[in-house]
Design a protein around this ligand. Structure first.
Ligand SMILES: Cc1cc2nc3c(=O)[nH]c(=O)nc-3n(C[C@H](O)[C@H](O)[C@H](O)COP(=O)(O)OP(=O)(O)OC[C@H]3O[C@@H](n4cnc5c(N)ncnc54)[C@H](O)[C@@H]3O)c2cc1C
Length: 421
C-alpha cells in the first residue's frame, strides 16, 4: 500500500506531489503527457506553442514561488493580461453607459461581504445588468467570455468581481493583494516546463496513459482501479489526492457524501479549442500551409492574437497561442481539426497578411473542461468543495480560483492535509 495516490497530473496534482516528495507517491494520469492544461510543445528553433495556460500575472504568487524554487525562467510576457480583454470601454457603442456600470461594479468590489452572500453569489451578471443598455450587456458578455470562457448567465456577480480589474485573486479591493514586482510573465520554453519540473522534483512514480475508473474505500485506505495501455491498473494507498476535473471526480469516486456530490455537481466548465500557429523567422523557407474549407462568418480566434511568444518574430520566429473560447468553440466542436486549423490560419492572415508564407505549423487541441465557471450559487458550496472525505483530499482549479495559481494553492492545501494525518 502506497502512502498516497494522486489522481491527475495537472498543476494541482503535481503541486501536491511536490509537497509530498518525502512520501511514497504515485501519480496516475489519463493523458500521455503530464501537466494537463499546461500542455505545451517546444521546437528545435527554440520557439514553443502553448495549448492552454499561458501567462502568470503578478498576483499569482504561488506559481511564481514554485518557478523560483524549481529554477524555471519566467520572462516578461510581452503583453498585459488586460490586453486579452481587447475591449476598451471607450470603443463601446455607449462608452458613457459602460463607464457608469464599471463604476457600479467597482463600488461592489470596495465593500467586503461573504462570498456566498445572496446579493453576490445568487445573482448572475445578466440579472445584475437587467436594466442596463444593450451596449453595456454586450461589453460584459464579451468580458465574461474572454476571461472565464462563460457567459453573463453562467457567471455570478461575485465571479465578475473576481475577474474584473487587476485583482484576480480577490473579488474585493479593500485590502491589497500580494504581488511580485515582475509584471505579467510566461514560462520560457512553454508552460509545461512548470509541471514537468514539479513531476521530476516530486520523485513520484508517474503512471501515464492510465484512466482512473473507480476509487473505493477499503480497510485503512483506498483501492484505485484504472485502465491503461498495458491493461488494468490497480493500486492501493492510505491517502488519495483527487486532482481530477470536478465532473470526473464525481464520476469515479464511490460513496461520496451528498454535500460533496452536490458541490462537485455544481461546477460547470467552459470549453476551448486551441490552434497555436507557429511562425518562421523572416527569410526562412516553409512549405505552403495547406488549407481546407472552414465556416464562413465564424470566429476562429477570440483572443485577438494577443497571446504569443515574447521576442521578435521576424528575427527569431515565434508562436501565436491562438484559441476560441466557449461561445465560439461550441459550433466548431465536432468539425474536423483541419477545418478549425484552416479557419484560424485565415483569421491570422487577414490580420497579418505579411505572415501568410511564414506559417510553419498549426496545432489543435480541444478542451472540454477548459475553465471552471464562477456560476451563480457556486460559492455556497465552497466549504464542501474544499472539504476532505476521510483520507480523500480534493484539489484542482475548481476549488479556489480558476487558474494555475488556484490549482497550485489547492494542491498545496491537499498535501498539507495528507501530512496532517
Ligand atoms: C485555453 C486556456 C488558457 C488558459 N490560460 C491560463 C493562463 O494564461 N494563466 C493561468 O493561470 N491559467 C490559465 N488557464 C487555466 C489553467 O490551465 C488551469 O487553471 C490549470 O492548469 C488547471 O490545473 P488542474 O491541475 O486543476 O487541472 P488539469 O490541468 O486539467 O489536470 C487534471 C488532470 O487530470 C487528468 N485526468 C482527467 N480524467 C482522468 C482520469 N479519469 N484518470 C486519470 N487522469 C485524468 C487530465 O488529463 C489532466 O491531466 C487556461 C486554460 C485554458 C484551457
Amino acid at each position: 500500500m502506497r502512502d498516497v495516490v494522486i489522481l491527475g497530473s495537472g498543476v494541482a496534482g503535481l503541486t501536491a506531489a511536490y509537497h509530498l516528495r518525502d512520501l511514497d507517491v504515485e501519480v496516475i494520469e489519463a493523458a500521455s503527457h503530464v501537466g494537463g492544461r499546461t500542455l505545451s510543445e517546444t521546437f528545435d528553433d527554440g520557439t514553443w506553442a502553448n495549448y492552454a495556460a499561458q501567462y502568470v500575472s503578478d498576483d499569482k504568487i504561488k506559481v511564481i514561488d514554485l518557478a523560483d524554487e524549481l529554477g524555471l525562467e519566467l520572462i516578461p510576457s510581452g503583453f498585459h493580461s488586460n490586453d486579452l480583454r481587447a475591449f476598451d470601454p471607450s470603443a463601446s457603442e455607449d462608452p458613457a453607459a459602460v463607464a457608469v456600470w464599471i463604476a457600479r461594479l467597482e463600488d461592489e468590489q470596495a465593500t467586503r461581504r461573504p462570498a456566498d452572500s445572496a446579493e453576490l453569489d445568487q445573482v448572475s451578471v445578466a440579472q445584475w445588468l437587467d436594466d442596463a443598455p444593450q451596449a453595456v450587456k454586450s461589453f460584459f458578455e464579451t468580458w465574461c467570455g474572454s476571461l472565464i470562457f462563460g457567459s453573463t448567465i453562467e457567471t455570478s456577480l461575485y465571479g465578475l468581481m473576481l475577474i474584473w480589474g487587476d485583482n484576480r485573486t480577490s473579488a474585493f479591493t479593500d485590502r491589497p493583494v500580494a504581488r511580485s514586482n515582475r509584471g505579467d510573465t510566461v514560462f520560457r520554453g512553454g508552460t509545461n516546463r512548470l509541471t514537468r519540473a514539479l513531476a521530476e522534483a516530486s520523485g513520484a512514480t508517474l503512471t501515464t496513459e492510465t484512466e482512473v475508473l473507480a476509487v473505493s474505500a477499503i480497510q485503512d485506505g483506498y483501492h484505485i482501479a484504472g485502465i491503461g495501455k498495458d491493461g488494468v491498473h490497480e493500486t492501493t494507498a492510505r491517502h488519495v489526492v483527487c486532482a481530477l476535473p470536478a465532473p470526473v471526480a464525481l464520476n469515479v469516486i464511490a460513496d461520496l457524501p451528498q454535500t460533496k456530490r452536490e458541490a462537485l455537481g455544481a461546477i460547470r466548465y467552459g470549453r476551448n479549442i486551441a490552434t497555436p500557429i507557429s511562425i518562421a523567422a523572416a527569410g526562412q523557407t516553409v512549405a505552403p500551409c495547406p488549407l481546407v474549407p472552414s465556416r464562413p462568418d465564424q470566429t476562429y480566434n477570440s483572443n485577438g492574437f494577443v497571446l504569443r511568444t515574447p521576442g521578435d518574430m521576424d528575427s527569431e520566429g515565434g508562436c501565436f497561442h491562438s484559441y476560441v473560447h466557449d461561445v465560439f468553440a461550441r459550433p466548431l466542436w465536432d468539425d474536423p481539426a483541419a477545418s478549425v486549423q484552416s479557419g484560424a490560419v485565415r483569421a491570422l492572415v487577414e490580420r497579418f497578411p505579411q505572415l501568410s508564407d511564414r506559417i510553419a505549423r498549426v496545432g489543435y487541441r480541444r478542451w472540454r473542461y477548459a475553465l471552471p465557471h464562477y456560476s451563480p450559487g457556486r460559492m455556497r458550496h465552497q466549504a464542501a468543495l474544499e472539504a476532505s472525505v476521510d483520507g480523500l483530499h480534493f484539489c484542482g482549479d475548481y476549488v479556489l480560483t480558476s487558474n494555475m495559481d488556484g490549482a497550485a494553492r489547492s494542491g498545496e492545501l491537499a498535501a498539507r492535509k495528507v501530512l496532517a494525518g
